[in-house]
Design a protein around this ligand. Sequence first.
Ligand code: GDP
Ligand code: MN
Length: 396
Amino acid sequence: MNLHEYQGKEILHSFGVEIQRGIVATTASEAVDAAKKLTEDTGTGWHVIKAQVHAGGRGKGGGVKLAKNLQEVEALAGQIIGMNLITPQTSAEGKKVHQVLIAEDVYYPGDSEPEEYYMSVLLDRAKGRNMIMYSTEGGMDIETVAEETPHLIFTEEIDPAVGLLPFQARRIAFNLGLSGTAFKKMTRFVTALFTAYIKSDSSLFEINPVLKTSDDRIIAVDAKVTLDDSALFRHKDYAALRDEREENPMEVEARAVGLNYVDLDGNVGCMVNGAGLAMATMDLIKQAGGEPANFLDVGGTADAERVEAAFKIILKDPSVKAILVNIFGGIVRCDRVAQGIVDAYKNMGNINVPIIVRLQGTNADIAKDIIDNSGLDVQSAIEFQEAADKVQAVMS
Ligand code: GDP
Ligand code: MN
């Protein structure tokens, strides 16, 4: 689950990571109140207005603006709230901005030497370990840094048995060229950041930029946080952080009915039970020359209602040109699934894409009869290859 910058910063702050302070606002007048409050707390009269959308590169798209007084706060917040923000990371239509973060200006006006660093914490899947990736080249795309100056990107691998060790935090501060107070603050920053990552069960933290001010504060100016969905059950209070307006509408609908669905770019919809079989089915579709339109695991209980809910979601995707149902009847009986498919098909009426159904396992033969005798435009298959051939035939 992805979070907004302001939510990510709240999590960081709760673990003692120093952040650029801010208050979220949904109207221009709330923005002015927020700025007044921040001035009381921080003493600065300058503020940044930051669009809160699930996409990076907001600065480049005009979603991050500096205001030097309250009039400017009001005007800029008014401009940004409601705008369609287009950044290098959004689609061409952009993303609608519903709220802004009013934040203290930490680049003190006239500060001649603020330094921007890049830092992320993430899982290195190949090594099966978390790592901290960091660079002296903050504030810009890390992809660009990786391409042009890869020697300026460093990584620190964390042993899961012992966690981040003090010498590693010091090595990071050293490689960033720090000394004195800034060096100590950076080791504390890194330590708190890694603790926050572990304790919040996150799968990604990306802080770009981490700022060093001229008076040696080390501050998280931006925060991209992705929480591990599979660990959300351990953090009931994080559920409220979900912003469905930022998510794929089909994925939101699928989650509401308990289906495990991921929208993809292809044209063959798939409905499968079990994640492993779902992945094998996607391979099969590719081999047959198609591209999967989605990943969909209907789970163990593939009854008529679930099958119908799944069909509805798959059919909402206009690029779907055929549907492959691939269900293994282990605990669930194939004949019941077949009946579910037939009922769902009849209930839904005008399904005008070809459907290939492969049911294998308990009562597969009865299931095939049910499909074949339903009088519907549904083709059955028992073997994997047979299903693939039928997909190929309808797609060509
Ligand atoms: P992103 O463009 O979506 O990555 O958003 P960021 O939060 O990283 O902000 C973009 C840029 O705005 C940063 O790289 C900074 O250069 C600038 N910025 C952010 N906060 C401040 C601030 O307090 N003062 C000033 N002057 N610039 C800021
Ligand atoms: Mn950023």
